[in-house]
Design a protein around this ligand. Structure first.
Ligand code: SF4
Ligand code: SF4
Length: 152
């Protein structure tokens, strides 16, 4: 048996080599990439808000129309092995980002723990107290900016 056959797929394969199922299973369900981000036009700085995308279910932390999401939310970027390295605003804990950077999955990742709730248990999931983009006026977005400066 080769060394690679003893290792889990996320260590043995490159992102490009993964099957669709393997690729999808990398998502830890944190929901952080579904937060509305604000960009400072002058500095280019990007700030997180506590506002969630209009398609985001803040309780289940799932997209409510995943298959058609880009028709409703054109700004929702479909992650691929080719574009992930350019998406500097993706959360630092995101499995796609980590693997693309040659880093291991965090110890709390569901693939590592075998527990689908381990992201939540580790305090890595978005809170259920987020505001939905559907319920908040765009002119108030700025006031919902958090102190978290995102990479970018
Ligand atoms: S940040 Fe990454 S791991 Fe978290 S929900 Fe988005 S794609 Fe999944
Ligand atoms: S469209 Fe769906 S996947 Fe995309 S940011 Fe919104 S909730 Fe997240």
């Amino acid at each position: 048996m080769s060394e690679n056959q003893n290792r889990p797929f996320w260590e043995a394969k490159s992102l490009e080599e993964m099957s669709k199922e393997e690729w999808e299973s990398l998502c830890d369900g944190c929901g952080k990439c579904c937060l509305v981000l604000l960009e400072d036009e002058e500095t280019g700085d990007i700030w997180e808000t506590d506002i969630a995308c209009k398609l985001f279910d803040c309780t289940s932390r799932r997209c409510t129309d995943y298959d058609n999401r880009q028709k409703t939310v054109p700004g929702c970027v479909q992650l691929t092995p080719e574009n992930i390295s350019g998406l500097k605003w993706m959360p630092e804990t995101c499995a796609y980002r980590l693997l693309d950077q040659g880093q291991p999955l965090p110890e709390w990742h569901p693939l590592v723990t075998g527990d689908p709730t381990s992201t939540l248990k580790a305090g890595q999931a978005t809170p259920t107290t987020l505001f939905s983009e559907k319920k908040i006026s765009k002119k108030n977005f700025e006031s919902r900016s958090t102190q978290v400066r995102v990479r970018g």
